[in-house]
Design a protein around this ligand. Sequence first.
Ligand code: ZN
Length: 121
Amino acid sequence: MAVPKKRTGHSAQGKRRANWKATKPETTICSNCGEPVLTHTVCTACGYYKGEPVRLQDKAAAAAVKETKKPAKKTAKKSTKKAEAKVEETKAEEVKVEEKAEETAAEEVKEEEKDDKSVEE
Ligand SMILES: [Zn+2]
């Protein structure tokens, strides 16, 4: 059995024990929910790791959501092209509408004044 050659004094003992500190665990922020998460571990709040769900049930649900979203995006892009062409056509109409809106806004103010008077009575 190994035996210490010399007794450790109070000073040496204190210096050795002074280096025993608590360390803060390394954490990152979850890319899915924003909660602080230990590095290289699954998020305890939402069960995601590297932006993907870990549970098989959640994976199936996420895949189903992606499948439903993809065709919607394609149709959205096509519709935006058509919409852009329509927007150019409608810009001229919008100017006319804005002029009308100003007129109607002035009328609404008059109506509000009337309402205020009726409330006072
Ligand atoms: Zn999370």
